[in-house]
Ligand binder design. Structure first.
Ligand code: F0G
Length: 405
């Protein structure tokens, strides 16, 4: 069991009250700070276990031996030689988070976050979501036997994600507004003590997402890639992944750290603008818009942490257009067989841009994190594919259609 405190990312004060979701002194975000001296892990022990979030149980801030789990994590780190050649890098791996139980990286956070919610005796868990968080929370709440409430930006959630949230029995409320509006409301409900909040302001949830970094290192035999490219929405994931690398570095399990690169959509890019202009914080965008609905976020709550992660790692942030995202989505599917949703493809489109601009060198080793499965958003795919007319089951006609013989 990990020894830890909750540390405020603004004022640096530490707390040991697990019910806190923000700093009682200054209102800043809280982060789990592991007591590295108290944690005993070594490479061989970790390697012997089946790969997944709970492989790293010594680093996870819960005290039960009976977590709410569905075998999350353990996703593939796929070498992508054809795409690497296309994009002009020596070596490219895709860490494919679509392979998680509900089809996105959110499950890593929810197995830890919902386990903590149960530990704290929560009866209603809640989130605002662009879709994946709600799908994941709905599933883990069902598994834990507790009530789930989700607030979604009306008309802007991909079909697969909506179906998941509804089907797992969550109380779903579409909100006339965007994700940022919905998050403001659900934070208020949490402050009133009506729900336990599982958005990425929840420090325990983000510890689960650190395991993306833990797994990458283990899968690469404890070497570290030069660059890690991550799509950015509410900015929790890139911060968590960076903290994951720092944890392993502090524990002496790795000897290097990667540069972290964030990718946003052109129409929702407050983090990119802040990086470009050298600002300490973002200017929120009141009207974010992109085909990649998962990252259609104008006021990311974890922005300050993400800016620090990107800067202190020596990385950068870029934005990509909707066309570039959709082209990268198709390219990954057709050259490497990996089907991801548009937000995830932003990492591939972003890598292309980073290589073109010389941010990432052609001799480097890169990991792109693809965050959600392509089947989450079938509608966007069908908009770009033409459905062929049916023909009779006649071999000659079919050969003709297939261009064979
Ligand atoms: N990719 C996908 C597929 C996502 O669903 C999200 C976030 C991100 C990337 C960005 O991650 O927010 O940690 O920077 N989806 C959230 C949701 C906002 O509600 O499902 P982030």
């Amino acid at each position: 069991m990990a020894r830890y405190t909750l540390e405020c990312v603004e004022c640096g004060r530490s707390f040991s009250d697990d019910t806190l979701l923000k700093c009682p002194e200054c209102g800043g975000l809280l982060e789990v700070s592991l007591d590295y001296d108290e944690i005993e892990v070594d490479r061989e022990t970790l390697e012997r276990r089946d790969l997944g979030v709970w492989t790293f149980r010594e680093l996870l801030p819960v005290s039960t031996d009976d977590p709410v789990t569905m075998g999350e994590g353990g996703t593939g780190l796929h070498p992508c030689p054809r795409l690497a050649e296309e994009l002009g890098v020596r070596s490219l791996y895709v860490k494919n988070e679509g392979e998680n139980p509900t089809g996105s990286f959110k499950d890593r956070g929810m197995t830890v976050g919902v386990t903590k919610a149960v530990e704290l005796g929560a009866e209603v868990v809640a989130c605002a979501s662009t879709g994946n968080t709600s799908a994941s929370l709905a599933a883990y709440a069902a598994r834990a036997g507790i009530t789930c409430a989700v607030l979604l930006p009306a008309g802007k959630v991909a079909l697969g994600k909506l179906a998941q949230a509804l089907f797992h029995g969550a109380r779903v409320v579409p909100v006339d507004g965007n994700f940022d509006d919905a998050l403001a409301v659900v934070r208020r409900l949490a402050e009133e003590g009506l729900v336990y909040l599982l958005n990425s302001v929840n420090p325990f949830r983000l510890c689960g997402q650190r395991t993306i970094a833990y797994e990458i290192c283990l899968q690469m035999d404890w070497s570290v890639p030069d660059a890690v490219v991550v799509p950015v929405g509410n900015a929790g994931n890139i911060s968590a992944i960076w903290q994951g690398f720092l944890d392993l570095y502090e524990l002496g399990l790795i000897d290097d750290l990667p540069r972290m690169y964030g990718v946003q959509a052109e129409g929702a890019r407050p983090v990119v603008d802040a990086i470009r202009s050298g600002k300490e914080d973002i200017d929120p965008d009141p009207e974010p818009e992109t085909v990649a609905t998962a990252i259609r976020i104008g006021n990311p709550v974890n922005a300050v942490k993400a800016l620090r992660a990107i800067r202190s790692s020596g990385g950068w942030a870029v934005s990509v257009t909707d066309d570039e995202i959709l082209e990268a989505q198709r390219e990954l599917a057709t050259t490497e067989g990996i089907f991801v949703e548009p937000a995830s493809a932003a990492s591939i489109a972003g890598l292309r841009k980073l290589v073109d601009r010389g941010e990432i060198d052609e001799g480097e080793e890169v990991v792109c994190v693809t965050t959600g499965h392509g089947l989450k958003d079938p509608e966007i795919v069908m908009e770009t594919c033409e459905l062929p007319e049916p023909v009779e089951p006649d071999p000659e006609r079919i050969k003709e259609r297939l261009g064979l013989g």
